[in-house]
Design a protein around this ligand. Structure first.
Ligand code: TMP
Length: 212
């Protein structure tokens, strides 16, 4: 890779974006590419609030006293706020220093999760617009796994999150299968993420190394 790139890994929960961000970083470092690994929600202040919301610990109470997670519009706005802060405080400074950035999830997750959890197809344009000033990735790789494989991997994970319900994850799988449809002109490619960690990591690294 000639100059610093922003590379995003995307997919449903259980697709392996976190494992493969780490593997990709290891592979690139071995090839002497300077790389910084990060994730969304970020470790910044809005990201911390989002983690609480994802775990069901930041809730909205109604007049009757019942509580629920913030709705999809609040979540879309918070994810967008976290993202611009993430870009400003971490992603852009690294890129300016000539360091490539691997980001585990980015605005594609907002378009997928926040449209499916309430906004519907008509919300996609608004969510994309909220993220208009976030740096475009040089490459986004969608890790493709059948929904049953992702479900098995999620079952091994500790702790529940508000987006864990099976029917929702199945709809997300379908959405991710043609994610590029919602981001015309963006470099988005799919990687078969079924196989051992080493096999999948090899596929991802080979694709990233082809970046000019
Ligand atoms: P993860 O750390 O396990 O990937 O969890 C992040 C969760 O947040 C995951 O369920 C996807 C969700 N999410 C959104 O709903 N919108 C977003 O914009 C991002 C970045 C993540």
């Amino acid at each position: 890779m000639n100059n610093a790139k922003l590379i995003v890994l995307e997919g449903v929960d259980g697709a392996g974006t976190t494992t493969h961000s780490r593997e990709l970083s290891r592979g690139l470092r071995a090839a002497e590419v300077q790389v910084h690994t990060t994730a969304e929600p970020s470790t910044g202040p809005v990201g911390a609030l989002l983690r609480q919301a994802l775990m069901g610990r930041f809730v909205v109470s109604s007049a009757s006293g019942s509580v629920r997670p913030p709705n999809w519009t609040t979540m879309a706005l918070m994810f967008a706020a976290d993202r611009v802060d993430h870009c400003e405080s971490e992603i852009l400074p690294q890129l300016r220093d000539g360091v490539s950035v691997i980001c585990d999830r980015y605005y594609h997750s907002s378009v997928a999760y926040q449209s499916i959890t309430g906004g519907g197809p008509e919300a996609i344009e608004w969510i994309r617009d909220l993220n208009r000033y976030a740096r475009r990735p040089d490459l986004t790789l969608v890790l493709d796994v059948p929904s049953e494989v992702a479900a098995e991997r999620r079952a091994r994970r500790r702790g529940e999150e508000i987006y864990d319900a099976e029917p929702l994850q199945e709809r997300l799988c379908e959405f991710y299968s043609d994610l590029e449809r919602h981001f015309p002109g963006e470099p988005i490619e799919h990687v078969d993420a079924v196989g051992s960690v080493e096999e999948v990591a090899e596929r991802i690294l080979a694709r990233v190394k082809r970046l000019g």
